[in-house]
Design a protein around this ligand. Structure first.
Ligand code: AMP
Ligand code: MN
Ligand code: MN
Ligand code: MN
Length: 286
């Protein structure tokens, strides 16, 4: 059986990626990706365009979404894989998150204004091109205006807790987010679990609660994990009898440290989230 290149986490200009859905698909195809999930933050807006591009490029597109969740006063992300973008319960849920984003963006703008940074709301809107606004769009504007040398530093100095542009808020509840994904026929996957800076005990509590409300898998292999972190997350995945997913979390070519489809292999013993995807079994045995 030929092994497929599978990447189940990526972003387009529908959220905070810099490639349009069509450009993203083209790049995935150039990089030899066979199966790609488009998982924009809190929107499925890019999927229709990605679908047609994927047909032209001959790659398998998994319609997805990355849902923002607040768990225990902490932001965590769920990736929904194989969701039906037409599902009303999913769309109503995502709409509430985008409404919060709109308010939050204005509030970030007001707070930065008070600390002497003018025009950041308009600037971020420029980068978001009239679509959903993410903190990443603020970060790009602040880099443009030389407030920091790169977006990581903007997050560190301006946008995270304890800094002038930080706005606390409430995203979806864990159970709620899982239910939107599952109602839409998708599989709920806990995204990049090593990125939450949780203690081992807290992370395992999160994983247990996630599983108990219907979570199906964990992103074991992530573009934002080290190899060691992949193995640690594999261990948790097996302990809780969940499935494993893998995704680059690609946001665009300006982040050369991640590339579509460039992922460490799934550690042995992990049942992949795609284990019962009929389409894939056919493609792999062809
Ligand atoms: P938001 O959902 O609008 O709060 O923005 C979250 C996004 O910001 C994440 O999906 C990342 O793309 C980006 N991000 C978060 N933290 C950092 C960081 N420390 N450095 C660079 N980008 C970050
Ligand atoms: Mn992002
Ligand atoms: Mn994320
Ligand atoms: Mn992501």
């Amino acid at each position: 059986m030929m092994s497929l290149s599978i990447d189940l986490h990526s972003h387009s200009t529908a959220s905070d990626g810099t490639l349009s859905p069509s450009e993203l698909i083209l790049r995935a195809s150039e990089k030899g990706v066979d199966v790609l999930a488009l998982t924009d933050h809190d929107t499925t807006e890019g999927i229709e365009e990605a679908k047609s591009a994927a047909i032209r490029a001959g790659i398998c597109l998994i319609p997805g979404v990355e849902v923002s969740v607040t768990w225990n006063a902490q932001v965590v992300h769920l990736v929904g894989l194989g969701v039906d973008p037409g599902n009303p319960s999913l769309q109503q849920g995502l709409a509430t998150l985008r409404a919060f984003r709109d308010w939050r963006a204005e509030e970030i703008g007001r707070r930065l204004e008070k600390s002497g940074i003018a025009g950041s709301y308009e600037g971020a809107r420029g980068y978001s091109n009239g679509r959903l606004i993410s903190r990443t769009h603020f970060a790009r504007f602040l880099v443009e205006k030389s407030y920091a040398p790169d977006t990581r530093k903007v997050f560190k100095r301006y946008l995270t807790r304890g800094n002038p542009g930080h706005v606390p808020g409430q995203w979806a509840a864990l159970e709620e987010a899982v239910s939107w994904i599952v109602s839409a026929g998708g599989q709920a996957v806990l995204a990049h679990p090593a990125r939450y800076n949780l203690t081992r005990t807290k992370l395992r509590r999160l994983i247990r609660e996630f599983r108990d409300v219907g979570g199906e898998g964990i992103e074991v292999v992530s573009g934002s994990h080290s190899r060691d972190e992949n193995f640690t997350m594999a261990r948790h995945t097996m302990d809780f009898e969940l499935k494993g997913s893998c995704g680059s979390d690609y946001h665009g070519p300006e982040n050369p440290w991640t590339e579509l489809g460039r992922l460490e292999p799934m550690p042995d013993g992990i049942k992949p989230v795609w284990s019962d995807w009929v389409q894939l079994q056919q493609a792999a045995s062809a």
